[in-house]
Design a protein around this ligand. Structure first.
Ligand code: SF4
Ligand code: SF4
Length: 216
């Protein structure tokens, strides 16, 4: 009989322990979000994603040097970068976000989000924090081609123009190098002619001197 009563009391006490947890959480603010009716970013009391959230990537072009470290670090090869050297004869002289001179145009910077596994290795490899996870996680689509995102600010015509300017600079440098070489060769030839004229003049003088000495 005593054991029976003890079991009843124990049963009630365990119910009260469980209800205590329920009762405490009754007055705590909600941590769940009724997505999609409520967006996590606009949920009351929270205006940002967790710091380590790995959402869609974003590339901040003014920070990107075109070093390709992210492309090399990507384990699934979903980043494709093509750079074009900024020609010194280009009238457009862009600066990086930190004020340094830009060395490369980003003629292509594509990320294929159909392949991306959101490992975040590219963001770690980037020396300038130009590639970062954004707060965007809602980009599902019906056509996988839409998941190939182009971050380069240039269209095909602009890329062709930058390549043309660079080729023009290479051509001008090659022509200048050839002209310098020809000028140096011509100067060397003229110097040789002058030297040989002086030598023959000296020889002639010495021969005349010998003749004069012999006649004396
Ligand atoms: S998150 Fe990972 S898989 Fe996606 S682009 Fe970066 S390195 Fe590649
Ligand atoms: S995003 Fe970063 S790592 Fe990738 S090319 Fe630009 S600067 Fe280099």
């Amino acid at each position: 009989m005593i054991n029976y009563l003890k079991n009843i009391i124990k049963g009630f006490s365990t119910i009260l322990v469980g209800m205590k947890v329920t009762f405490i959480n009754l007055f705590r603010p909600n941590v769940t979000v009724q997505y999609p009716n409520v967006h996590p970013l606009v949920r009351a009391g929270s205006d940002k994603m967790p710091d380590n959230a790995r959402n869609k990537l974003n590339v901040i072009i003014p920070k990107c040097t075109g070093c390709k470290s992210c492309e090399k670090a990507c384990p699934v090869n979903c980043i494709t970068i093509e750079t074009t050297k900024v020609a010194s004869i280009d009238t457009e002289k862009p600066l990086m976000e930190d004020g340094k001179k830009r060395v490369f145009w980003l003629s292509q910077f594509d990320i294929d989000f159909a392949k991306c596994c959101f490992c975040g290795l590219c963001t770690i490899a980037c020396p300038t924090s130009a590639i970062v996870h954004s707060t965007d996680f809602e980009y599902s689509c019906y056509d996988r081609n839409e998941l190939l995102v182009h971050f380069s600010p240039f269209n095909k015509e602009q890329v062709a123009e930058k390549k043309r300017i660079l080729a023009e600079e290479v051509k001008q440098k090659a022509e200048k190098a050839l002209a310098d070489k020809q000028a140096a060769e011509k100067a060397a030839q003229e110097q040789n002619i002058t030297d040989s004229k002086i030598k023959s003049s000296d020889d002639q003088t010495s021969a005349n001197q010998n003749i004069q000495n012999n006649s004396n």
